[in-house]
Structure formats: structure tokens, C-alpha cells
Design a protein around this ligand. Structure first.
Ligand code: ASP
Length: 284
């Protein structure tokens, strides 16, 4: 009944403009909107704050989460996206050396003649860290942003991102720590989650250093009219995404900065962060 009511309301809110004037065309628009929104419940992603974490070798802190995630989704081959760094071969080899001994094959996206085909025929991608501006620009250049979003939403592609690879999975890259070394066509990113992330989050206070702290920089962003909430992931933090369910895992927690609030809220490992999806869930 509730479902019917929502459908009715939604249907009557579709304007009769833009050429969608007859009833059957309006019905199709509503149906498409519903399918697209409901598909988002199939999202499966792991967003890592970083690949390096103090006291661990590369990705070691995330080994169990990554292996369980791939196994649970029946994935044995990982497509690695090395666009955040300049030397694609060297970066891919570095990741192969770590991940292949865990029992999964890793292939660099750059080694395929057609990257769209490669993503379309892959079940899992790992987007590595480096410079977020360079990464986002290259993803746009290859027309991969909307393709990845669509495939992750419909559940045909699972996503692992680390650091810059985590930044580009969010609403926008305004809250990266990176220098804008190159222009992407937009700061809007893939949008697997409806908020921003600040990876490698740390409360830095040095008596002798007068540059902005991380918190000050994030608060500056929050004053903008285009600001989204920002989840600061401490090094070693892993955000698990399963449809609209979000949980903090890994070995360190996160800090949430809300628009209009001066003091961030701290969340420990195992915290349920699903409330961050409430808004998009209501729309679905
Ligand atoms: N440069 C970082 C990384 O990919 C991203 C960031 O700090 O925003 O490691």
C-alpha cells in the first residue's frame, strides 16, 4: 500500500514537459527511475583509507577484508585501475606482487586495447591510490565514470578503492588531500556513496606549524553551498558497503563532519554508518 502511495506520488510529480506528455511515456519514466534507484541496493564496495598503514606491509591490514569480499562475490580475477600514478606497469606489478599470492589474478586495465570492454567483462575492479585529480581526469577521459556507477549500482561489478580510489567512489573529490596537479573536467565523482570522504584522516596539531589543520580544511569545504557531509577515514579504516548498509571495519575508525556542525563525531570500528544513506534510500 505504502509502495503504491509512493509510486502514485512519484508518478504525479513527473512533469508533463520535456516531451513526456502522454501517460504511457510518463509511466516508462517512472518505471526507469524506480529500477535505477532500486538497483543501488545491490552495491558492493570496500573503500580503504589507504593501502599503507603504519606497522603493516602494503595492504596487509586489509588482506582479510579484501579476500573475504572477493570470495563472497565469487571473484577470482581483479581488474586493477592504475590511473592515479604515472607508471601503470610498475604500479600494477606492485599490486600483483601483493594480491596474487592471496589467490586472485590481477590485470592492469591499461593492458587491454578497449578499456570499456574490459570493465564490461569484469566482475571486480580495484582502483588504486596516488593523485586523485589525475585519477579522476583519466577516468573521465576513458568515459568510465558513468559506466562504473551503472555497473556497481546494478550489482554486476564490485568495487574496491584505496585512498584516491576511495575519493573517486564518493560524491566529489573536493575533500582529497592531493594537490590539483591537473584539471579533471569536473570534481564530481562516481557517487557510489552520497557523501565525501577524506582519506588518511588525522587530527594534526603541531605547536610550531601554522598551516591549516585537516579539520580546518574540511570545515572550510563545509561552508560552501555545494558541500556534502565528509567522512574522514583514519589510516587502516575500511568502509564496507552492501546496498544501503555501511559499516566501519579495519583497524581504525572514522570521523564524520556534518554540514552546519563545527564539531565532528567519532565512530569506532564496527559502527553502523547506514544512516548516511538514509536520504537516497528514501528516494528509492
Ligand atoms: N594521495 C592520496 C592517496 O591516494 C589521496 C588523498 O590523500 O586524498 O594515497
Amino acid at each position: 500500500m505504502l509502495c503504491y502511495k509512493l509510486f502514485y506520488l512519484h508518478f504525479h510529480h513527473i512533469p508533463c514537459t520535456h516531451g513526456v506528455s502522454d501517460l504511457s511515456a510518463r509511466f516508462k519514466v517512472v518505471r526507469r527511475t524506480y529500477l535505477t534507484n532500486n538497483m543501488a541496493t545491490r552495491r558492493q564496495a570496500l573503500l580503504l583509507s589507504s593501502s599503507n598503514c603504519h606497522g603493516y606491509s602494503l595492504l596487509e591490514f586489509a588482506k582479510k577484508d579484501v579476500c573475504d569480499f572477493l570470495t563472497k562475490n565469487n571473484v577470482s580475477e581483479l581488474l586493477f585501475i592504475p590511473y592515479a600514478q604515472k607508471d601503470y606497469d610498475a604500479y600494477t606489478t606492485k599490486m600483483q606482487d601483493v594480491i596474487e599470492p592471496w589467490g586472485f589474478t590481477v590485470t592492469g586495465l591499461h593492458s587491454y586495447p578497449d578499456v570499456i570492454d574490459a570493465v564490461n567483462s569484469s566482475k571486480a575492479i580495484f582502483v588504486g591510490g596516488g593523485n586523485t585529480f589525475l585519477l579522476l581526469k583519466t577516468l573521465y577521459e576513458h568515459n568510465l565514470i558513468s559506466l562504473i556507477k551503472k555497473k556497481v549500482d546494478e550489482g554486476s561489478l564490485i568495487y574496491i578503492g584505496s585512498s584516491a580510489g576511495t575519493n573517486v567512489a564518493t560524491k566529489s573529490i573536493h575533500t582529497t588531500n592531493d594537490m590539483p596537479i591537473i584539471y579533471p573536467p569536473s570534481f564530481e565523482a562516481i557517487g557510489i556513496v552520497p557523501f565525501n570522504i577524506n582519506p588518511h584522516y588525522i587530527e594534526t596539531e603541531h605547536e610550531t606549524h601554522k598551516g591549516e589543520t585537516r579539520d580546518q580544511r574540511i570545515l572550510e569545504y563545509l561552508e560552501m553551498t555545494h558541500a556534502n557531509p565528509v567522512l574522514g577515514l583514519r589510516e587502516g579504516c575500511i568502509l564496507h558497503i552492501n546496498g544501503y548498509n555501511l559499516t566501519i571495519k579495519g583497524i581504525a575508525g572514522a570521523v564524520l563532519f556534518n554540514v552546519g556542525e563545527k564539531t565532528p563525531k567519532r565512530y569506532d570500528v564496527d559502527s553502523d554508518m547506514s544512516f548516511l544513506c538514509d536520504q537516497i534510500k528514501e528516494l528509492a
